[in-house]
Design a protein around this ligand. Structure first.
Ligand SMILES: Nc1ncnc2c1ncn2[C@@H]1O[C@H](COP(=O)(O)OP(=O)(O)O)[C@@H](O)[C@H]1O
Ligand SMILES: [Mg+2]
Length: 345
């Protein structure tokens, strides 16, 4: 028991002293559309430490993917444009990096996995060639060495008969297997940071948990920090160290996962928690969905964007957008009524 506590304390201490590998400062990304200017990401700041698992959660359309694509330098321009901020990675502002530099960083020090592996995998190229490709480009391995390493990676992500799988094509595999291949590819160059954007959403619930657990295990083994993006707050409860909750292009709450789950600082987070079958909730708890819909990002309501859907809304919320404020140790939330909502007044 004592040993366990010490180990946990040591882990907490080393996580604390770990250095920051990604720091996003005041990032704003917009899209010019026919309907108007979409402020997809609006003044977003957060950081990720070495080996940390950060979850970014929020309903569909809240700016999670645009945040990730901004970090990866993959915003389609036009219609998109990063209009402000800094993205510091490995001591460099990625927003100042050239296309060549970004290409080198992507797939080398930083990787990303998407929801639908069929669109990311090449249907006419064998799995072995695809996993070997980044090894040849970024690590300069020979064809033969890259194939050997590709087989090892497929084995590492738990694919049965990995050596035979090298000569298979993506369509010969199940969705869960393809997602494992994506993880193998993303991890092949042992990146410092991996972003998984709804990477398990398309899979069956049981396969989702397996793939997520695999992702966490491999990331730990390689010392890779993870950003897990999901609309399902329940699914990351057990895995994330920190959680950023996004709504209408902004971070509305951020804190340690334990704190955010136990003691949410924002009514939106509380709504998300009660609307997903959380692993931490008793099964008898009634599931509720948040009423209403996310606002039109070209025509945001005045004041707090969540106001029109919020059970705690007051006059002030309709006039002024609340800033992020401390609601606990290393825990911030943007809500005028946070104290009242949490029962701490
Ligand atoms: N290529 C694009 N063109 C125009 N609007 C976009 C584009 N990509 C994203 N958006 C808009 O940006 C907003 C945030 O989207 P996104 O980050 O994908 O949300 P999610 O949180 O579901 O990942 C949405 O309103 C979306 O319609
Ligand atoms: Mg998305």
């Amino acid at each position: 028991m004592t040993t366990q506590t010490n180990t946990e304390n040591d882990a907490a201490a080393s996580a604390d002293s770990a250095s920051t590998i990604l720091e996003v400062k005041n990032l704003s990304t917009q899209f010019r559309t026919r309907a108007g200017l979409v402020k997809a990401v609006d003044d977003v700041s957060f950081s990720v430490k070495e080996r940390e698992v950060l979850a970014i959660v929020g309903e569909s359309g809240c700016g999670k993917s645009v945040t990730a694509l901004s970090v990866m330098g993959l915003i389609p321009t036009p219609p998109g444009e990063i209009v402000g901020g800094e993205i510091m990675f490995g001591g460099k502002d990625l927003l100042q990096a050239s296309d060549d530099e970004m290409q080198e960083i992507r797939g080398g020090q930083m990787g990303m996995i998407f929801q639908e592996p069929m669109t990311s995998l090449n249907p006419v190229m064998t799995i072995g060639k695809q996993v070997a490709e980044p090894l040849r480009i970024h690590l300069g391995l020979s064809k033969a060495a890259a194939r050997v390493r590709a087989g090892e990676l497929l084995s590492l992500v738990g694919l049965p008969d990995p050596l035979e799988k090298l000569d298979d094509y993506p369509h010969q595999m199940s969705g869960g297997q393809r997602q494992r291949v994506m993880i193998a590819m993303a991890m092949s160059c042992e990146p410092k940071l991996l972003i998984a954007d709804e990477a398990t959403t398309a899979l069956d619930v049981t396969v989702q948990a397996q793939v997520l657990e695999l992702l966490i295990r491999v990331a730990e083994e390689f010392g890779t920090a993870l950003i897990i993006i999901t609309h399902n707050l329940g699914i990351v409860a057990r895995y994330a160290h920190r959680v950023n909750v996004m709504y209408a292009g902004k971070i509305r709450e951020s804190g340690t996962a334990a704190d955010v789950y136990k003691n949410p600082g924002h009514p939106y987070t509380a709504g998300l928690l009660s609307s997903v079958p959380s692993l931490m909730q008793s099964t008898s708890g009634k599931l509720q969905s948040i009423e209403g819909e996310i606002p039109d990002l070209t025509d945001l309501p005045s004041g707090c964007a969540f106001g029109p859907r919020c059970p705690y809304v007051q006059d002030r919320c309709r006039l002024e957008d609340p800033p992020l404020e401390n609601v606990g140790d290393d825990h911030i939330s943007a809500c005028w009524e946070s104290a009242q909502f949490r029962g701490t007044t």
